[in-house]
Design a binder for this molecule. Structure first.
Ligand code: FE2
Ligand code: FE2
Ligand code: FE2
Ligand code: FE2
Length: 411
């Protein structure tokens, strides 16, 4: 029972990071690169479909679990390739290769790596992988794009099935296409896809219907995935994805983490809190994945709509970190960094009493780091100048005591 709960927790966490990727995939930059609209909830839908297909194809327990992880993360390389986008004709290959490199750092990385590297493979390709996961994801990916994420009625279902049947042996592997035909006969499959919310149906399918029973192999993988070491690594991976999204934030999350850790250690926090602070700092701008690159990199002043778009990022950070089941401290320290002591911050417009020390500390680490980095509309400030600028915000955006302390630690 305990094992099942661990596995569920891991699925919830990875699912939330997959949602962050899905938000990033709707960036125009990515669309331009793919020349198709990958649309909303792409990773979630591919993850769900893959698991359903994998089961029909005889996959069980740990393999099915890993297939879900691979399906959810399959386009991580597309998000990881922001810098490469402009008109790159090799994008389809490139994002698979970048994704494979990233996912290699996950537990069972060799299996996942193969699945991502070949997730656009077709039976016609000369370079063939035997990875069943790759073949399944390839079909699920194409089906999601063909369906265009519309609500499906029986005519759309027939159209999708015809499309798959018509391209067996060219676009689709026969055994996977056959599994899809079987799955497509189940009304509930389509109805769940129409619902939008697929996490609970997936958990229900895997765990409540006892599709995953033998947790002996799965246990070790889940312990690693929920453990401190991998969680820290996951935060760093996503911190890096966030940073490379904009040309101006190359190492912002990492630098905020360094500043926040220096402050927390300086304050004598215990090692667990310092670790949580580091993790929260790497992920504090997670929601920026949902902000289009053209807004992040705009050289001039932002218009009202762009300001409102940027301001959504902490809302997403809050929701994603909560859904990933991080502790209350990590969620608040990460997501409250634009709240203000005068109550004019976002996204919750919290009052000073509700802004904890960790969040106040993160705000200082974030503003300090941002000011010492160049932006499209201004040069980088020196550390001394950054502190002088921050002093003007004492009492309204910045905590007086913590800033006095930061002055000694950060300069
Ligand atoms: Fe892809
Ligand atoms: Fe995809
Ligand atoms: Fe931020
Ligand atoms: Fe930030």
């Amino acid at each position: 029972m305990e094992s099942i709960r661990n596995a569920e927790q891991v699925v919830r966490r990875v699912w939330s990071f997959s949602k962050a990727l899905d938000l990033a995939l709707i960036d125009e930059e990515v669309r331009k690169g793919f020349e198709i609209d990958v649309g909303y909830r792409h990773g979630e839908r591919v993850g769900y479909m893959s698991v359903r297909l994998g089961y029909i194809l005889g996959m069980r327990d740990r393999d099915l679990f890993l297939l879900l992880i691979a399906g959810l993360m399959h386009d991580i390389g597309a998000v990881g390739g922001f810098a490469e986008y402009h008109g790159n004709p090799r994008l389809m290959t490139l994002h698979s290769e970048i994704g494979a490199k990233i996912i290699k750092n996950f537990p069972c990385g060799d299996i996942l790596e193969e699945a991502l590297k070949f997730h656009h493979q077709t039976p016609c390709d000369t370079d063939q992988s035997e990875s069943l996961m790759a073949k399944i994801i390839s079909l699920a990916d194409k089906v999601d794009i063909i369906m265009g994420r519309h609500m499906t009625n029986y005519k759309d279902r027939a159209r999708t099935l015809n499309h798959v049947n018509g391209l067996v042996n060219t676009e689709f592997y026969p055994e996977v296409a056959q599994a899809f035909v079987k799955l497509a006969g189940e009304e509930a499959f389509w109805l769940y896809l129409n619902e939008g919310e697929l996490l609970e149906p997936t958990l229900e399918f895997l765990f409540r219907r006892k599709i995953i029973q033998d947790c002996s192999e799965l246990d070790g993988t889940c312990n690693i995935m929920y453990g401190d070491h991998f969680t820290d690594q996951l935060a760093e991976i996503f911190g890096h994805l966030i940073d490379q999204k904009s040309a101006f934030t190359g190492r912002h999350s990492r630098s905020v983490a360094e500043a926040a850790v220096a402050l927390a250690e300086g304050l004598g926090w215990n090692s667990k809190d310092v670790r949580d602070m580091r993790l929260a700092a790497f992920l504090h701008d997670l929601g920026k994945l949902a902000v289009p690159r053209k807004v992040l990199d705009k050289p001039g002043a932002l218009d009202e709509e762009e300001i409102q778009t940027i301001r959504t990022h902490t809302y997403y950070t809050y929701n994603l970190l909560s859904a990933a089941d991080f502790s209350e401290n990590i969620v608040k320290w990460g997501a409250y960094h634009h709240e203000r002591l005068d109550g004019r911050g976002y996204p919750f417009r919290l009052q000073a009493d509700d802004i904890c020390t960790g969040a106040r500390l993160m705000t200082i680490a974030d503003i300090f780091t941002a000011l010492t980095e160049a932006r499209p509309y201004r040069d980088a400030s020196s550390k001394e100048k950054a502190i002088r600028i921050m002093e003007k915000g004492v009492g309204s955006s910045v905590d007086r005591e913590l800033l006095g302390f930061a002055k000694r630690i950060l300069i």
